[in-house]
Design a binder for this molecule. Structure first.
Ligand SMILES: Cc1ncc(COP(=O)(O)O)c(C=O)c1O
Ligand SMILES: N[C@@H](CCOP(=O)(O)O)C(=O)O
Length: 519
């Protein structure tokens, strides 16, 4: 969709040694040994009683000194949404992406072990880890390690201390454009590689790091991508020293996204097809070669992504919002949010879950069509070009996960035309944000649900912003240049060209001030 513009004709991270979790007296005797790493040293784990990092240590070394001697929690792969009679399961140390019947997998935690501790315990533990640099709990993902990958050794974790992203009160946008007083934006795009994909990728690449130490046959890690998964994969692999291979649809991702895996040393294939074509190819290739699949078909990814939901509850001091709106493409994230909220309910941190809205671009809307047909036979579509290029996906791998999530939270699916999503992005930006087009899709869903009265003026609503706007500047340039065929670009704000003399500058400024609302 990129168009050049005459208006924009320029070339184009004293060390606090350990968090101090609160252990209620009644629970302290049940303190799980897996948590020893995050408490003060104890004679039971042979750790040094020293509270400070030694001068010859880095934070990994320090964490190693406090390593747990055993682990009470565990997780395994099971077929997604399997009945209670299913006994099929796989160790997370196996390389498996699909169930025996060809269906999706899910990471299933030992909930009975987690339930030995009440909601208050978990809330306090998670809260105690925020804002620290202790390895690996300084990460918003690994601060929830017991619920993510409980058995991985801290030493195998590859992390950029991702997560802990800003939850921003969108005061002016909510008031001015939506008549809302409790609208929030969860800025998942303010992250290491500029999208929410970092949350899942730290988990996947950490597990790959462990698999390689266990001598499992993993020579490299590969993905198909619309630009964000590839950026996250290449960065985490580069950090771990693991080869990464990315399949990109030629000319369908932004320049900023393309340069990310290139800079991080990934093996980049630009393929003359769309994302769905790339996805098909990477699945075939990973079945043949010792390349580990990093797309969200791999349920490990969703374990990291679900922490964004837990984080939202944490940021609201464990109060549950009414609505959470998420832009959807390959549809792993909508399920990840559901799973995060649901675990918090099941483990007693909160007593309910929010209603979820999945927002799609009208040009790539298979889930929306499925929803509108009352969930009758799903049909993949040919995804057309959209400014929300990262969700230009017609055959989402996680369709079953998305349907399950939405059906179990009284969820809704909405869609956004190109004009609607671009207008919504421009309106949000005009109130001080700088969002990506996918967030524009989510905001369009909000506009529609406010208009229809489904979402009320005082409903606490969270819009998930999935990528940083700086990855998608060309779409903003096109819009503000009014350079998009058949789009009015109603909120365009092009620069004014003016001669370099006092009179000319005064003229344009007087004109501007005359049109500016007086105080
Ligand atoms: C920026 C952005 N937003 C939203 C999505 C949609 O996430 P999902 O594929 O998990 O539905 C993606 C990737 O697909 C993305 O890169
Ligand atoms: N938007 C994604 C598409 C692939 O999604 P994934 O979550 O299955 O990896 C991207 O950036 O590639």
């Amino acid at each position: 969709m990129a168009a050049s513009s005459s208006l924009f004709n320029t070339s184009l991270s004293s060390f606090d040694p350990k968090p101090k979790p609160f252990y209620p007296n009644s629970l302290s005797k049940h303190r799980p040994s897996s948590l020893i790493t995050c408490t003060t040293s104890s004679s039971s784990n042979n750790a040094s009683p020293s509270k400070v990092r030694r001068s010859d240590e880095n934070i990994r070394d320090e964490a190693r000194r406090h390593r747990a001697i055993s682990n009470d929690f565990s997780a395994k792969y099971v077929p997604f949404n399997a009945g209670f009679d299913s006994s099929e399961s796989y160790s997370l140390d196996e390389i498996v992406y699909r169930s025996r019947s060809g269906g999706l997998l899910d990471v299933q935690h030992d909930m009975d072990a987690l339930k030995k501790f009440d909601g208050a315990y978990w809330r306090r533990l998670f809260d105690s880890r925020v804002g620290k640099t202790t390895w690996p709990y300084g990460s918003g993902v690994w601060s929830k390690k017991e619920w993510v990958l409980p058995e991985i050794d801290n030493d195998d974790i590859i992390s950029a201390f991702e997560g802990n992203s800003n939850l921003f009160w969108s005061e002016r946008f909510g008031k001015q454009f939506l008549g809302m007083n409790d609208l929030w934006v969860k800025h998942c795009g303010i992250s290491h590689t500029g999208s929410f994909k970092d949350l899942g990728m730290t988990v996947l690449v950490s597990q790959v790091n462990r698999l390689r130490k266990l001598k499992r046959p993993v020579v490299g890690v590969g993905c198909a991508s619309t630009g964000d998964t590839s950026a996250a994969l290449s960065a985490y692999c580069a950090s771990a020293g693991i080869p990464s291979i990315v399949f990109l649809p030629a000319n369908k991702i932004s320049m900023a996204q393309l340069v990310q895996p290139i800079a991080n040393g990934a093996f980049v294939l630009s393929i003359d097809t769309d994302f769905d074509g790339c996805m098909k190819l990477i699945r075939e290739i990973t079945a043949e070669l010792p390349i580990y699949l990093a797309n969200s078909l791999n349920s490990l990814r969703l374990e990291g992504q679900k922490t964004a939901a837990i984080e939202i509850l944490q940021q609201f001091d464990w109060q549950v919002p009414d609505w959470v709106i998420v832009p959807g493409g390959n549809l792993g994230n909508i399920y990840a949010f559901y799973k995060g909220f649901k675990m918090c309910q099941e483990l007693g941190l909160v007593d309910k879950i929010p209603r979820l809205v999945c927002a799609q671009a009208a040009n790539a809307n298979p889930l929306y069509l499925h929803y509108k047909s009352n969930w009758k036979d799903f049909k993949a579509v040919k995804a057309e070009s959209t400014f929300a290029s990262a969700i230009q996906i017609g055959d989402p791998v996680s369709i079953d996960r998305a349907v399950y999530a939405l059906q179990n939270c009284d969820g809704i699916v909405e869609e956004a035309t190109e004009e609607e999503l671009m207008d919504a992005m421009a309106q949000a930006d005009s109130t001080g944000m700088f969002i990506c087009p996918h967030t524009g899709v989510a905001l369009t869903a909000l506009f529609k649900l406010r208009k229809s009265g489904v979402i009320g003026p005082s409903d606490r609503t969270v819009v998930v912003s999935t990528a940083h706007g700086l990855k998608f500047t060309q779409s903003k340039i096109d819009y503000h240049s009014k350079d998009i065929p058949e789009m009015a670009c109603r909120f365009a704000n092009p620069p004014v060209e003016v001669k370099a003399n006092f009179g000319s500058v005064m003229d344009v400024l007087k004109d501007f001030l005359n049109k500016t609302p007086k105080l």
